[in-house]
Design a protein around this ligand. Sequence first.
Ligand code: CUA
Length: 347
Amino acid sequence: MRKSSQQSLRLVVTSLAAGWLTACGGGVHSAVNPVGPQAANIAKIWWLMFYVCTAVFVIVLSVLAVVLIKRSKNKPTDDVPELELPEESKKRRTNVVLASVISTVVILFIFLIYSFVIGRGLTSELAQKNGVVIELTGHQWWWEVRYDNVDASSIFTTANEIHIPVGVPVTLSLKAGDVIHSFWVPNLHGKKDLIPGKVSTIWIQADQPGVFRGQCAEYCGLQHAHMALWVIAEPREQFDSWLQSQTQEAAVPSTDSTKRGQQIFLSSACVMCHTVSGTPAGSNIGPNLTHVASRQTIAAGTLENTHDHLARWVNNSQRIKPGNHMPTMSFSDNDLQPLVDYLQTLK
Ligand code: CUA
């Protein structure tokens, strides 16, 4: 009995410490570190609920403590229990029931009104403003990102990384390529589902530069946990130059190794699924590789984008992310090195 109560105490202390640490980390994947108006509104609801529930908890426990202390002080000296008059007991019970009902209704009503007001703000605030429009499609298990500019020649597609300009509203239209996924970048907004056959819309805005982590938040199969994305919020000039570089055709290989790498790429099964603009590779089953080397991670945020990781991923992605739709390629080392050299030129 004593051991189990010690264990429970340890569990409570650890949970509180973990909660405290995650809440105050100021992290890149945190709902209580908002960097945009949408997430800030959601954080307001969270803090209101936190303070009200903490107050209720403290009040209830304090009343309980007072009653217990009073009772132990008023203990009768003989063994005969002190009997309360039925009238007094009834009155006390009515008071407790009334206080519980009234306070619960009032508190829930405050929460209801507040969440209604915040909810309206989330959908209307940024919707009226013109900004950047991005189409985001969830696939098992990666994110297809398409920048829908007014100028048709500058539409381009990338994967698992969204660049946005700071202080500008961004409209994301969300689609699902196969099953239900959910877009969730806690520093910028709450969750929004991507549903097959339906287009849903969400607005985000980052008020300061930074790199924020997003995660698929709806179970979508074996590699659901490895379906992350990064949102890179940057000043307008930086964003514009990124936009400019992404609309360019892929780099043309210049060295012997990268030229050979391109030949290997174009003569292998890679072209069945991937696009590299300016080459015959033009399939949209897998991520667009035109500027793959400019991305910070590969495999939907699973690995840092390095030569070694690319080589491991290309040859045996099943080992890193079992069940993903890329087959095992098994290139010889002589072919793999130039192929990866080529991929690394695609900046
Ligand atoms: Cu996509 Cu979970």
